[in-house]
Design a protein around this ligand. Structure first.
Ligand code: UD1
Length: 367
């Protein structure tokens, strides 16, 4: 086969970060290989604000999507349903040899389901992660996607074990984490050039960085209040680049709430976020990606959830789970000066995307 058509389905901010190294690896592969991998990108439009979407395409050198379904926001059923309908049309038109989906969002599930129904093989990047908490929409998306995928790319060893426990052993590859690829690339290309600390008027190690966007911490106002109350009592101010979902709730339902010294700013482009994270005293987050970015940066993480799918970071002693409880958050911040175990590489060698392309190529050989 001289040409293999791969269609990537993305839609939410973290997926642009995960897709970028794969697109770069495909470009590199096509320069020297006999076979051409045609790299098509479908954006569902789940995220649509400039700072949630386009800025990542511009900054990470990701090609403009070939399709944008512009589904926008909505309830889970509505959003996923609209995606399914739109993705199916594109898949019928493009007839790719394989569909690549990333992570655990509604775009991931819709992409995997639409392709499977058309008998197009699905490859899942970031397969096998489990928080074992089915109240999280992301957990449902992960489990469903893994069970209908043909090729499963795991970022570390524990997801391989999770899949095995669910009876999935075929097509499973531990390739490392594409987010580590993105992280290393960003350090190489623009490391040290961000002016974000200066722009915000903060000094290295004199602030905490936080992000909050999970349904469990935003739709549940009690949790959000508890987290913000903890922030007011910390020894240093918190910088909080705010997801539009949380910003909306703060504006509409917590407008009179005293936020103390917490500095609320707009969502940040990738390089600025990495720069701000790297110089922070610690990261307080409910994001999955940022838990790992904290680890890559050797910055301690306090996870504002009761569980995590990134269990290695906790086992390694660099991530503390506090949920949304005020006292636990404060206690965790007080423990930050305690010694942590030595850093170990947990998520591969920064060449996950190359390994993914190798496996896809073997898959193409077998067609
Ligand atoms: C989604 C993913 C989550 C991921 C996150 C990354 C699901 C179920 N959740 O959560 O796993 O960690 O993306 O950011 O897929 N909004 C805007 N502008 C935007 C996007 C969203 O204003 O560009 C607001 C809307 O009010 C929307 C809300 O944010 O209703 C939630 O957006 P949605 O895409 O449903 O979920 P996220 O919380 O972003």
């Amino acid at each position: 086969m001289d040409s293999f058509k791969l269609l990537s389905i993305v839609g939410a901010r973290p997926q642009f970060i995960k897709a970028a190294p794969i697109s770069r690896a495909i470009k590199g592969y096509n320069e020297s290989a006999e076979r051409v991998i045609v790299d098509k990108i479908l954006h569902t439009g789940q995220h649509y604000d400039y700072l949630m979407s386009k800025v990542f395409f511009d900054d990470l050198g990701l090609a403009e999507p070939d399709y944008n379904l512009e589904v926008g926001s909505g309830s889970h059923g509505k959003q996923t349903g609209r995606m399914l309908e739109g993705i199916e049309e594109v898949l019928i038109k493009e007839a790719p040899h394989m569909v690549l989906v990333y992570g655990d969002t509604n775009s991931t599930l819709a992409g995997a389901l639409a392709a499977t129904k058309l008998q197009i093989p699905v490859a899942h990047v970031e397969a096998g992660l489990r928080s074992f908490n089915r109240t999280m929409p992301e957990e449902v998306n992960r489990v469903m996607t893994d069970h209908i995928s043909t090729v499963l790319f795991c970022p570390s060893e524990s997801p391989v074990k999770n899949l095995c426990a669910e009876g999935i052993t075929q097509g499973v590859h531990n390739v490392g984490d594409v987010m580590y690829d993105s992280f290393l690339y960003s350090l190489k290309v623009s490391g040290g050039t961000s002016t974000v600390l200066k722009d915000l008027g903060v000094e290295p190690k004199e602030y905490y960085l936080s992000t909050i966007h999970r349904a469990g911490n935003t739709d549940n106002i009690t949790n959000l209040k508890s987290i913000l109350s903890a922030f007011k009592l910390l020894d240093k101010p918190v910088v909080l680049p705010l997801h539009p979902r949380t910003a909306g709730i703060l504006k509409n339902e917590l407008s009179g709430f005293d936020r103390g010294l917490t500095k609320i700013i707009n969502p940040l482009p990738y390089d600025d976020l990495i720069a701000l994270a790297g110089s922070s005293r610690a990261i307080l987050t409910d994001s999955g990606g940022l838990q790992k970015e904290a680890y890559f940066l050797k910055v301690p993480c306090i996870t504002l959830r009761d569980d995590t799918e990134w269990v290695e970071t906790v086992e390694a002693g660099w991530n503390i789970l506090t949920g949304a409880e005020k006292d636990r958050i404060i206690k965790a911040c007080k423990s930050l000066d305690e010694e942590r175990p030595p850093y170990r590489e947990l998520y591969g060698d920064g060449h996950a995307a190359d390994k993914i392309i190798e496996v896809i190529n073997e898959f193409a050989d077998a067609l």
